[in-house]
Design a protein around this ligand. Structure first.
Ligand code: SF4
Ligand code: SF4
Length: 368
């Protein structure tokens, strides 16, 4: 359960905002807030996850610090979101990994790299690792197929289970679609708002991030990151179908679906995280919850480095560097997988659930 102080402060701020309502056009939070007369824990958790932390309401607010009302919506909602991730994390004891997440990610990288490199050098002769391999099955000549597929497959299933259980708990606690069944229209509306990042448009002129000037930079860099990730995931999925369904063994030609998808995704995952990090370094600290900076930065750096090592592997796969690069890339992928359910990655799923809930409420308002 979120700390009483954070809930009390969020309730206080939402009560002021509900009387003011100046920011109604900025995002989904204020229309959702205005449907309520009071705010219990479930309402505040939902509103916090609906907030995209665009910071527009902070820069527009006449009651923001140094005003005595001390209204700072993005900051209190950031604090509450982290409590949400911890509360719903599965298995429960691992929730602590959200705190000191930067350290956790660093340890996961060290562990992933050390494990894959050590196992590769322990099991494989150096003459094989540093040899040039080409043609069908070249990767598996360095790291055997089973050693690659089984550990990553099992961790991937664990990641899906952990995130699904967390989001189901959130959905049950916050009321989800209410007493009515979730409609297809609400689901698609919520999904559309998530995929377009509608709530980072600041009502049309862009949001006030990294400072008080209106800008779409965060929205575009976030799109590059998200769609880059999706393309890389698609590349892996297509490669799995090629390998298991069609018996076409990697590596694939440069002009093939997995390589084209992976290359485009990899470029997105370099440009997007780099841009978001650059914006983060310049961001106005006042509306930020600085304690989660480590979690945000660690995730962006891990995405960037995973993509960089993947692109290097693709470019140098027919050289003697392939064996070591493959082990390094897999080490980073392992670290990324291990940290997915206990870091910044989960925000997308909770936000999607909140956007679907918002679309349901808005639909109910239009068609009571
Ligand atoms: S953030 Fe400030 S200006 Fe915006 S609705 Fe709340 S009190 Fe009003
Ligand atoms: S920070 Fe942006 S998304 Fe969050 S409540 Fe304020 S205006 Fe809405």
């Amino acid at each position: 359960m979120p700390s009483t102080e954070i809930l009390k402060e969020a309730d206080r701020i939402m009560t002021i905002c509900n009387a003011c309502r100046y920011c109604e056009g900025y995002c989904a939070v204020f229309p959702a807030m205005s449907l309520r007369r009071g705010f219990v824990e479930a309402d505040l958790t939902y509103l916090a996850n609906l907030c995209h932390n665009c910071q527009s309401c902070y820069h527009a607010c006449q009651y923001a610090p140094p005003h005595e009302f001390n209204v700072n919506v993005p900051r209190i909602f950031s604090e509450l979101r982290v409590e949400t991730y911890q509360d719903y994390a599965w298995p429960g004891p691992l929730a602590a990994l959200f705190k000191a997440n930067g350290l956790f990610v660093s340890l996961a990288i060290a562990f992933g790299l050390a494990l894959v490199l050590l196992l590769t050098f322990a099991w494989q002769d150096a003459s094989v690792i540093f040899a040039t391999h080409s043609g069908e099955g070249a990767f598996y000549q360095v790291i055997p197929y089973e050693a690659m597929v089984w550990p990553f497959g099992l961790i991937f299933l664990f990641v899906i289970a952990a995130i699904t259980i967390g989001v189901r708990r959130y959905w049950a606690d916050t009321g989800g679609a209410g007493k009515e069944p979730l409609t297809r229209a609400a689901f698609y509306r919520g999904l559309r708002d998530a995929l377009t990042l509608e709530n980072l448009s600041g009502g049309g002129g862009g949001c006030n991030y990294p400072a008080d000037k209106f800008s779409f930079a965060r929205r575009w860099f976030h799109h590059l990151t998200f769609y880059g990730f999706l393309l890389c995931f698609s590349a892996t999925s297509v490669a799995t179908i090629y390998d298991h369904g069609l018996g076409w063994i990697a590596p694939y030609p440069l002009v093939s679906a997995p390589v084209i998808l992976g290359t485009l995704g990899g470029i997105g995952l370099l440009a997007g995280p780099a841009g978001l990090l650059w914006l983060k370094m310049q961001a106005d600290p006042r509306p930020q919850y600085r304690d989660i900076l480590g979690m945000d930065v660690a995730f962006l750096i891990l995405l960037f480095v995973t993509s960089l090592t993947g692109l290097l592997l693709m470019g140098l796969r027919e050289t003697a560097a392939m064996g070591v690069l493959l082990a390094i890339h897999l080490g980073f992928v392992l670290a990324l997988f291990l940290t997915l359910p206990y870091g910044k990655f989960v925000h997308g799923f909770y936000r999607l659930a909140a956007l679907i809930q918002h679309a349901t409420e808005q639909g109910r308002k239009t068609h009571p």
